[in-house]
Design a protein around this ligand. Structure first.
Ligand SMILES: [Zn+2]
Length: 246
């Protein structure tokens, strides 16, 4: 059975700008990758040629699918939570949906944003961290959501995304120190090609390009949960260190 990685994001394009290196590396190693996106990105500042929010949502759904194909994602899903509304969405309901998916797909490792909200300190990014982190822990607990009728599943690692730089024109985010630094230089072009599929968001790419050129060979992650015995922080260069096969 191939190893499985599940990544939970808030918006179409998060999967490539934040996690694209990790996802492309996993796909190229023959691992199964599942990306869940909670919203269709209707509230984006950059709206392309769209005539309405719904129209933009449809465009971004297609862009998300194409980006996932470029990255080599095995399975992708876009849910219908409201863009820019996640902080007003009850935790229990979203976590339950994610627990259902974790228990069904049974990932070895789970990736999501950090509490800082990533480079643009987006509240939706902070919330997807809350939902996914709760679901990671609750999926393993038999007393949580027994009505789902699914066996508890303990994913072996939870990682939050972190960043080694801040944007000059923004109030800086307050990221946690990373514990994993991935060398993504071998798939940097793939990550960039995936972003180019987000046609409506190309103005964002133009803005971040100087940062991408300077820092884009690496991605940083924080080990935020582990099924191994508790241990002190260790800096590694792999998301799979110590992960066991089924
Ligand atoms: Zn986002």
């Amino acid at each position: 059975m191939p190893r499985r990685l599940m990544c939970v994001v808030a918006h179409p394009d998060d999967e490539c700008f934040a996690f694209g290196g990790a996802l492309a590396l996993a796909a190229r190693a023959g691992l199964e990758v599942y990306v869940v996106c909670l919203t269709d990105g209707q509230a984006a500042t950059n709206r392309g040629e769209s005539a309405s929010g719904q129209d933009l949502g449809r465009m971004r759904r297609d862009e998300f699918e194409r980006s996932c194909d470029v990255l080599g994602v095995t399975k992708h899903e876009m849910m219908s939570y409201g863009d820019a509304q996640l902080e007003f969405t009850p935790l229990n309901g979203v976590a339950r949906e994610l627990v259902q998916r974790i228990r069904t797909w049974r990932p070895h490792i789970v990736l999501t944003f950090g509490l800082d909200g990533s480079l643009n300190v987006h509240a939706d990014h902070t919330m997807v961290c809350c939902f996914t982190s709760a679901a990671f822990h609750w999926a393993a607990r038999s007393k949580r959501f027994p009505e789902l009728g699914l066996e508890p599943w303990s994913a072996q690692r939870l990682y939050h995304q972190s960043t080694s730089f801040t944007l000059a024109d923004r109030e800086p985010q307050l990221p946690a120190p990373w514990t994993v630094e991935l060398d993504i230089s071998s798939v940097k072009a793939v990550k960039e090609a995936a972003f180019h599929e987000h046609t409506s968001q190309l103005p964002v790419l133009a803005k971040v390009q100087p940062y991408w050129d300077r820092y884009g060979d690496k991605e940083q992650y924080i080990l935020a949960g582990s099924s191994s015995d508790p241990r002190a922080v260790v800096l590694t260069n792999s998301l799979w260190e110590g992960v066991e096969d089924d």
